[in-house]
Design a protein around this ligand. Structure first.
Ligand code: ATP
Ligand code: MG
Ligand code: MG
Ligand code: MG
Length: 569
């Protein structure tokens, strides 16, 4: 690439609405241009980085046997109604109407569409497992779009969806994705950490987030350097600020009749109560209209009859007024399981699982099913703390007893999730097993915030001059800065030769042939964050040398002309 034929537009000052360094530097480096709140044009320099992120993601997804397709941005409301998400998603879901008045969603993710594809394409267990992915524009009408690409409304995500015949298969697909994510973030050259999300702090294994470590991150990560313990403490932390009830703080004992009911629920949700602790949010539709919302914890100990049901600390007096609010508070992305009871319809939102549990909750409110957690304010029990991370500080003992805790901040850049059969049951996506019996597909879903990666990478790698891209993400790996390209034949010849060599060696190289003064030229490339710079000047050439400077180096080094490319490689 020649700079004179590319588009470079840098600024001395960042616009005043750019609050964090990545947003400021991306604006100053001319990588993005704001069109509206949370909506940006990816300018040529920014798009180059996005394409590098995508290429690495695509390569590793393909290596992990995921198959690329491309699903529509605009998706019929009917599909979203099938899973209940049309109503559950609230204002974050962008809805539009066509000229006939038909409703559509602009996709925030694509579980419904992929499940629709699979239910008509997959007939037999012989076609499984499968993992489909796409890299596509998303729209989420975020309450507070901010920080440039970090929390946009329109953004790019890689989302993948796995389909398996059974739980063990789904867990294997999940592991394959977890490992692929580890390779992807390693290749990005970023310092990252995978943490248990949602129930993770108290032992659940259903979901992990990948975080880029940065002091400006929105999430606090608590981990044990001597063991595998690592969890996002955001929910617990938010309790302290009064914004967000803990999703996982306390359990209270119940009397025995509920145990049976819990087994029913467990069977319904396909939860292994012996291993899993589940957080359930219940939506109860009342007879005279209106809805009530409840939050419960289900936990199975070693014996099924010791199942405990409890309420979340801090939530007993908290009633939500809208479904949107509960989704917002818990970050739930619900799925849907068909009706079981015959009484009042009750929707259960459990992480990404929604179920109808009329019998369960209605029963819980009857005399013999006196139920802690469903009768607000009636059962005041001393909560037994399971794992309260709210007030932990560095050096506290790790809940796994294997060392002490450390805390650092992170930016969520990826999320892997075991979905189970919530979507497949709601949408009747089944396959025939070896015995010719129809069974619902076991699903997982896996997201990477492609455009958020840019912001996260910069938050982790910058200095007072600008961005410092890891080589794998940089818009260009090498910039050639000739001193007097149009004035000196010697310089021009050496530059063109080096340029051709770099290209032949597969280096993504740009020649700055704009004829700028050295100071302005260097300042641009330091701001843009190109990792390698070679200055080609007459004086050096006469001694057979060029000047090399890495983006983090404080000084240039004289390098023999013949060695330059090896130096950069
Ligand atoms: P957050 O907690 O930051 O709101 P999320 O948990 O809602 O993110 P997911 O539904 O898990 O996001 O989506 C997968 C990935 O998409 C996230 O890990 C993140 O990297 C990215 N992402 C989500 N929302 C945005 C956004 N508004 N702008 C840019 N990237 C986003
Ligand atoms: Mg979100
Ligand atoms: Mg999140
Ligand atoms: Mg997430």
């Amino acid at each position: 690439m020649r700079a004179s034929r590319f588009f470079i537009s840098t600024l001395k000052e960042a616009p005043s609405d750019a609050e964090i360094v990545s947003h400021q530097l991306m604006m100053r480096a001319g990588m993005i241009k704001r069109l509206g709140s949370g909506i940006y044009t990816y300018m040529p320099m920014g798009l180059k980085v996005i394409r590098k992120v995508e290429a690495i993601v695509r390569e590793e997804m393909n290596n992990a046997a995921a198959i690329e397709l491309l699903m529509p941005l605009v998706q019929p409301a009917e599909l979203w109604q099938e899973t209940g998400r049309w109503d559950k998603m609230g204002p974050e879901l962008m809805r539009v109407k066509d000229r006939h008045g038909r409703e559509f969603a602009i996709q925030p993710t694509s579980e419904e569409v992929i499940t629709d594809v699979v239910r008509s394409e997959i007939k037999s267990y012989k076609q499984l497992p499968l993992n489909f992915y796409h890299i596509q524009t998303k729209f989420r009408d975020e309450r507070r779009p901010r920080f440039g690409l970090m929390r946009g409304r329109e953004f790019t995500m890689k989302d993948a969806y796995s389909f398996d015949r059974d739980l063990a298969g789904m867990q294997q697909s999940y592991k394959v994705m977890f490992d692929a994510y580890t390779r992807i973030f390693t290749r990005f050259g970023l310092k990252f950490r995978a943490v248990a999300a949602d129930n993770g702090a108290i032992g659940g294994t259903g979901s992990h987030e990948f975080h880029v470590i940065a002091s400006t991150g929105e999430d606090a990560l608590v981990y044990c350097p001597d063991s595998d313990f690592a969890a996002n403490m955001e929910a617990a932390e938010a309790v302290a600020t009064g914004e967000r009830p803990a999703a996982s703080a306390a359990l209270v004992k119940t009397s025995t009749p509920k145990a049976q009911k819990c087994e029913d629920v467990a069977a319904l949700l396909k939860i292994d109560l012996k291993q899993t602790l589940k957080t359930l949010a219940l939506t109860v539709e009342k007879d005279g209209g209106g809805k009530e919302y409840f939050m419960l914890l289900l936990r199975g100990d070693h014996e099924l009859n010791e199942i405990k049901v409890g309420k979340v600390a801090g939530l007993a007096n908290h009633r939500f007024s809208t479904e949107a609010e509960i989704l917002e508070v818990y970050g739930c992305v619900p799925g849907y399981l068909g009706p079981i009871g015959t009484k009042a319809p009750v929707t259960v939102v459990a992480d990404r699982t929604v179920a109808l549990m009329a019998d369960f909750v209605t029963g819980a409110n009857e005399a013999d099913y006196h139920y802690t957690g469903a009768n607000w304010g009636r059962d005041v029990a001393e909560p037994a703390i399971v794992a309260d991370l709210r007030n932990v500080v560095e050096g506290d003992p790790s809940p796994d007893g294997k060392g002490v805790l450390a805390i650092e901040r992170g930016i969520e850049v990826g999320h892997v999730f075991q979905l189970g059969t919530a979507y497949s049951e709601a949408m009747k996506a089944t396959f025939l097993d070896e015995n010719g019996k129809a069974a619902p597909l076991q699903m997982g879903c896996y997201g990477i915030g492609v455009t958020r990666i840019l912001g996260a990478a910069i938050e982790q790698n910058f200095d007072d001059k600008g961005i410092i891209w890891p080589a794998s993400l940089a818009p260009f790996e090498l910039v050639l800065c000739p001193m007097g390209y149009d004035r000196s034949e010697l310089v021009k010849e050496a530059t063109d030769k080096l340029y051709a060599e770099a290209q032949a060696a597969g280096v993504d190289v740009i020649v700055d042939d704009r004829g700028l003064r050295p100071g302005a030229m260097f300042a641009d490339w330091e701001l843009i964050g190109v990792p390698h710079r070679v200055v080609i000047g007459e004086r050096g050439l006469k001694e057979g040398n060029l000047e090399y400077q890495g983006r983090r180096d404080t000084e240039a080094t004289a390098v023999p002309v013949a060695d330059t490319i090896n130096f950069v490689k």
